[in-house]
Design a protein around this ligand. Structure first.
Ligand SMILES: C[S@@+](CC[C@H](N)C(=O)[O-])C[C@H]1O[C@@H](n2cnc3c(N)ncnc32)[C@H](O)[C@@H]1O
Length: 278
């Protein structure tokens, strides 16, 4: 890690909230890896290798007339990411039942205590979509269910599924960093039933699951929906997130094309997490 070249985008945002929160979420989906909130906005980092010309094209809040957002850009050699995120990562509590925290935070009193070293993978519980997927997992029966966590990030959802009694569990991510980070976090939480796999939907051939959790993004979900549903057992459950309220009709249609039935919606700040039944 020590010599990786990053690009730092220094965003100035006026007024700050909720624009900064939305900006971070959108940049996260565009591929930015790390964020540091500042007095007048936010600094967002992306590896130079991951950067492309159209990186800000889908960041819709930049076109908003409600907020004034400007930025400057700088190339940096980042050597101390851990220190940056440790300063900015607070524990997250979901519904007073689950805490997602880093190893250096104090042990909480919640029923489920998930310790993750997020470094740069998505899945600290801070994002709306992770938060709602945690809520879905809490509300549903996972005892002895086989589970796929597709796009596992830090592995946080797979880890909670195991804590709720699921087994066996496959946690899949196509990003090498997320794969390694999930392996670390699985071990850190003493999970025994999770297999972490590096890859995309192509690794799902001949697999079957009672429950599939996929918090990815609209386009990947639409692209891989048929593969997911082929892996879902009869009476299985599919949880989807990583998209906005406005995307529901197209996602619902894709699920209904696969004969899945819409069952429940959770919503936070226009992000949604849907539950479908097979
Ligand atoms: C929004 S994050 C979700 C992380 C975590 N599951 C959570 O809920 O916080 C989406 C993850 O999906 C992964 N991903 C994106 N496209 C993928 C694909 N086609 N196959 C597998 N993983 C993918 C990304 O690397 C990222 O870690």
């Amino acid at each position: 890690m020590s010599n990786t070249i990053y690009l730092g985008y220094y965003f100035k945002v006026e007024p700050l909230q909720p624009a900064v929160e939305i900006l971070i979420a959108e940049l996260g989906y565009a591929g930015f890896e790390s964020f540091v909130e500042t007095e007048d906005g936010v600094t967002a980092y992306i590896q130079k290798d991951e950067w492309h010309d159209a990186i800000l094209e889908d960041v819709q809040i930049l076109n908003s007339e409600e907020f004034t957002i400007s930025y400057t850009l700088e190339e940096i050699e980042q050597t101390n990411w851990n220190e940056e995120w440790e300063k900015n990562f607070n524990p997250i509590a979901v519904d007073g039942v689950v805490t997602v925290r880093a190893p250096f935070h104090e042990k909480p009193n919640t029923e489920f205590d998930i310790v993750i070293e997020p470094k740069m993978s998505f899945g600290t519980g801070h994002h709306e979509t992770t938060h709602m997927m945690i809520q879905h997992i809490l509300k549903n029966d996972f005892k002895d269910k086989s589970v796929l966590d597709m796009g596992c990030g830090t592995g946080v959802l797979a880890i909670l599924a195991e804590m709720k009694g699921a087994k066996p569990i496959d946690a899949v991510d196509y990003d090498n960093w997320c794969y390694l980070n999930s392996l670390e976090n699985v071990e850190r939480n003493n999970c025994e039933h999770i297999t972490v796999i590096e890859g995309d939907a192509s690794v799902l051939k001949n697999k079957k699951y009672d429950i599939i959790i996929a918090n990815i993004n609209r386009n990947i979900l639409l692209q891989d929906m048929a593969v997911y549903t082929a892996c879902l057992n009869k009476n299985g459950v599919l949880f989807l997130s990583g998209f906005y309220n406005d995307d529901i009709p197209i996602i619902r249609q894709a699920c209904e094309n696969q004969m899945l039935k819409f069952d429940e919606k959770l919503e936070r700040n226009q992000w949604v997490a849907l539950k479908f039944l097979n």
